[in-house]
Every structure is written in structure tokens, then in C-alpha cells.
Design a protein around this ligand. Structure first.
Ligand code: HEC
Length: 125
């Protein structure tokens, strides 16, 4: 596990960023650019209030992961994905890939963090 986050607004989710061993080592050591073989996954679940927990606490304060949302991947292969900063971008929902129009949006937005090899997430030690 590399990081967790909550997006409000339209997304309204909890998300967990996971990495394979290559990714976790690179994050820990602050290695940039990430080496080939790095895989970073973003899982997300809808953000829902827990009535069960709130009853125990006696007030409305508890939020938990609801149904799973889409899953996104970043796969580093500097030769294969040279046109998009060395990263392959993929999004799936219920095991099915999102269409090409969705995938066209990934790299242009991740270019905002070009200085960090197109990866937004910071490592939460
Ligand atoms: C509008 C901008 C935007 C678009 C479009 C976008 N992302 Fe991201 N992505 C972000 C931001 C901001 C984060 C970090 C915050 C978060 O996790 O919500 C992020 C995080 C990620 C992460 C976790 C690693 C990291 O960079 O922090 C993955 C994996 C990812 N995105 C994949 C994708 C894929 C695949 C697509 C296209 C299907 C995509 N993203 C489209 C903005 C974007």
C-alpha cells in the first residue's frame, strides 16, 4: 500500500494506491524516473456513511467503503509506451476495459506532474 485518498465532488470515493515491489521500492527511495516494471494501481470505492458505526458512536461521524468503482493502472515500460512518458494507462470497470476516448484523457492530465514522472501520489510511510 502506497497511499490512501478521498475525492469529494462528483467522484465521492475512497481510493487506495497500491504498487508492486518495484513501485514500492522506488517510492521509498524516491527514485525518479520510476524503473521499467513499475506497476501502480488505483482502487476506488464509493464513500458511504456507516449507520451501523454511527449508532455505536452516538453521532454521525463514520464513513466506509461502499461498492467498488473503476480500477486504474499505470505500467512502466519506457520503450513500449514511449509516446506517453513511458507509462501505459488502463482503466477497467467490472473487469471490462474503458473505451479509447476515456484512455485518451489519461496522459494529458498526468502531464501536470511531469516533474514527478507523471505520478501524482506521494508515498505515505
Ligand atoms: C483530470 C485529470 C486526470 C485524468 C483525466 C486522469 N487522472 Fe489519474 N490521477 C489524477 C490525479 C489528480 C491523481 C492523484 C489523486 C488521486 O488519486 O485521486 C491520479 C492518480 C492516478 C493513479 C495513481 C498513481 C498516481 O499518479 O498518483 C493512477 C494509476 C491513475 N491516476 C491512472 C489514470 C488512468 C489510467 C487514467 C485514464 C483512464 C487517468 N488516471 C486519468 C488525475 C487524472
Amino acid at each position: 500500500l502506497i497511499f490512501v485518498a478521498h475525492e469529494a465532488g462528483n467522484l465521492n470515493d475512497f481510493r487506495a494506491i497500491l504498487g508492486n515491489d518495484v513501485a514500492v521500492t522506488a517510492f521509498r527511495e524516491g527514485e525518479l524516473p520510476f524503473p521499467d516494471g513499475t506497476i501502480i494501481t488505483r482502487l476506488a470505492w464509493s464513500y458511504v456513511a456507516s449507520e451501523e458505526n454511527n449508532k455505536v458512536f452516538g453521532r454521525s461521524q463514520s464513513f466506509v467503503a461502499g461498492p467498488a468503482m473503476d480500477v486504474q493502472f499505470l505500467v512502466k515500460d519506457s520503450k513500449k509506451y514511449a509516446a506517453t512518458g513511458g507509462w501505459g494507462f488502463a482503466q477497467f470497470k467490472d473487469g471490462k476495459p474503458a473505451d479509447e476516448s476515456v484512455h485518451k484523457t489519461c496522459f494529458p492530465c498526468h502531464e501536470h506532474v511531469k516533474a514527478r514522472d507523471f505520478v501524482f501520489t506521494h508515498y505515505a510511510p
